[in-house]
Write a protein of this length. Structure first.
Length: 256
């Protein structure tokens, strides 16, 4: 049995899971890669129950898993002029492992390292075996995998007796439409942190999604206040300078 998806984008219903949107050790790396004009556009839990009395297969002779790049038609409609890749990267995902997946056969995500640079992934002959270079992600409980949406990957069955639970949080530019209904209005009322409001999709105007001021993009304003130069907005390399300061804390006392 493969993973059962939770109702998407309900993370904000609970404070503990909403805090994953700005996880202290992960979110600075997301900003490094994606820049400041971001929001969460897709989030869900994947639950794969354990099973007794089944054996992990020989992956070289097993049926090929369903490898894919995320975002469906984005792969074709935000293409490029040069054949062979890479496609644009308008989003990424953070996978938080709430159960142990450090052993193969435990419902691991399989990935093909380096495949984010490809448009197509060569399939094994006859649909048997795994693509060249494919490996399972062996992630201990409490770890996080940050992966490019273009990386070819696949969910797999859980052959272990223990259940597998992973929380996925996707980030994209604020101008990109959410993948699912977000149901964020109650959370907007509960949080006073402007940066969290930005991540939940708040904007003063539609035009503010493309540029905006300190109220549209408080994350950028906050980084400037703590002395981080955001430059053009991508590949910021700011994780080391983020320090221990809490998100939203600033010399002027915040953005409220």
């Amino acid at each position: 049995m493969q993973a059962a998806f939770s109702p998407a984008n309900r993370l904000q219903d609970h404070e503990a899971t909403m805090n994953l949107l700005k996880a202290e050790k992960v979110f600075p790396k997301v900003v490094d890669i994606m820049g400041c004009n971001i929001k969460t556009y897709h989030a869900h839990f994947n639950f794969t129950p354990g099973r007794e009395g089944v054996s992990e297969p020989d992956y070289e002779t097993a049926e090929t898993f369903m490898y894919h790049q995320d975002s469906h038609r984005v792969n074709f409609e935000m293409g490029h002029n040069e054949p062979g890749g890479p496609r644009p990267r308008p989003s990424l995902k953070c996978a938080y492992y709430l159960t142990d997946c450090s052993e193969s056969g435990s419902g691991n995500t399989w990935i093909v390292p380096g495949s984010h640079l490809l448009d197509e992934l060569p399939s094994p002959p006859g649909g048997v075996g795994q693509p060249a270079g494919a490996i399972p992600v062996r992630a201990p409980r409490g770890s996080c995998l940050i992966f490019d949406r273009r990386l070819f990957h696949s969910a797999t069955p859980n052959w272990s007796p223990d259940p597998r639970l992973v929380c996925f949080v996707g980030y994209a530019p604020r101008w990109m439409k959410a993948r699912d209904a977000m149901y964020v209005e109650p959370s907007m009322e509960r949080t006073s942190c402007p940066v969290v409001r930005q991540l939940l999709g708040q904007a003063t105007t539609m035009a503010g999604l493309y540029g905006g001021n300190r109220f549209d993009m408080p994350l950028r304003h906050w980084l400037h206040e703590i002395g981080v130069d955001t430059g053009l907005g991508l590949n910021l390399k700011i994780a080391d300078s983020w320090g221990t300061r809490g998100l939203g804390e600033s010399p002027s006392g915040g953005l409220d």
